[in-house]
Design a protein around this ligand. Structure first.
Ligand code: COA
Length: 260
């Protein structure tokens, strides 16, 4: 197991890899070291026995309170460009994983923390969680995908308000606008996120991977998105799991998917 200083990456016996951002004294702020370690931890998700990932924050207060502001002083435009591109690449690699990734948002998800949650495939929040993109308050804009993923998730109007005012919204409001899938009491958060991963992992793995790929194509113009959907549908038809799923349905049995 790789040695991490800013996070924990723990696979369990059921194949759920939990990545816990672990800088609670700094509200799990995304230092450059943390982003680098997150990139490394995500490689563990590619192992065949890992069925899916939960990303969460250590402590009760924060999921992640954004990029580490203490690293911003003196940042030049070229550094800033590299910084944003690097964060975006790591978050894209989360979104691009062929297995389910669920954010278990246990507290503040601000700036890069909100962007990290949005790069996950699904989001579960504890009742006390808060979401926001406060970068304008620092003389910046969101740089880890926030200006792009937020409007795609919640629509332009709500995204514009959050990005332009920097105001935080509650978990309940985040649920109402579609930013999170579920809001649960804090003590149920990790179990709910884990169950979501395991529910998805019980389905045909190739079909899950193809669905994730098709969802990414939802950003394309409709005719191209539909073309992609038909191509991915055809790829599923080539799998043994497709035959298994259909036979199991017809025989009223539980399918035994092999992921091929
Ligand atoms: N980067 C670095 N350190 C951070 C941080 C960040 N994004 N967010 C919080 N911290 C640190 C604080 O400096 C403080 O450290 P200290 O105890 O050594 O002074 C510690 O985490 C606790 O934060 P504090 O501000 O004292 O807690 P609070 O309960 O009063 O406020 C927040 C919580 C989240 C509202 C507040 O910390 C905040 O606004 N953070 C910045 C959010 C932000 O702008 N993110 C976008 C960055 S691009």
């Amino acid at each position: 197991m790789a040695d991490f200083q800013t996070l924990r990456a723990e696979p369990d016996a059921d194949g759920v890899l939990t990545i816990t951002l672990d800088r609670p004294d700094a509200l799990n702020a995304l230092s450059q070291q943390l982003v680098a370690e997150l990139s490394k931890a995500l490689r563990l998700a590619r192992q065949p026995d890992v069925k899916g990932v939960v990303i969460t924050g250590a402590g009760e207060k924060a999921f992640a309170a954004g990029a580490d502001i203490s690293e911003f002083a003196g940042m030049e435009p070229l550094d800033a460009h590299r910084f944003a591109a690097r964060g975006q690449a790591v978050f894209n690699s989360i979104e691009g994983l062929p297995k389910p990734v669920v954010a278990a948002v246990n507290g503040f998800a601000l700036g890069g923390g909100c962007e990290l949650a949005m790069a996950c495939h699904l989001r579960v929040a504890s009742e006390a969680a808060q979401f926001g993109q406060p970068e304008v308050q620092l003389g910046l804009i969101a740089g880890f995908g926030g200006t792009q993923r937020l409007p795609r998730l919640v629509g332009h109007g709500v995204a514009a308000e959050m990005l332009l005012t920097g105001a935080r919204i509650s978990a309940q409001r985040a649920y109402e606008v579609g930013l999170v899938n579920r809001v649960v009491p804090a003590e149920e958060l990790q179990a709910t996120a884990r169950e979501l991963v395991l529910t998805i992992a019980s389905k045909a793995p190739v079909a899950v991977a193809m669905t994730l790929q098709a969802l990414r194509a939802a950003d394309l113009p409709l005719p191209q998105g539909l073309q992609q959907e038909a191509a991915l549908f055809a790829q599923c038809a080539a799998t043994e799991d497709f035959a298994e799923g259909v036979m199991a349905f017809l025989n009223r049995e539980t399918p035994d998917f092999q992921g091929r």
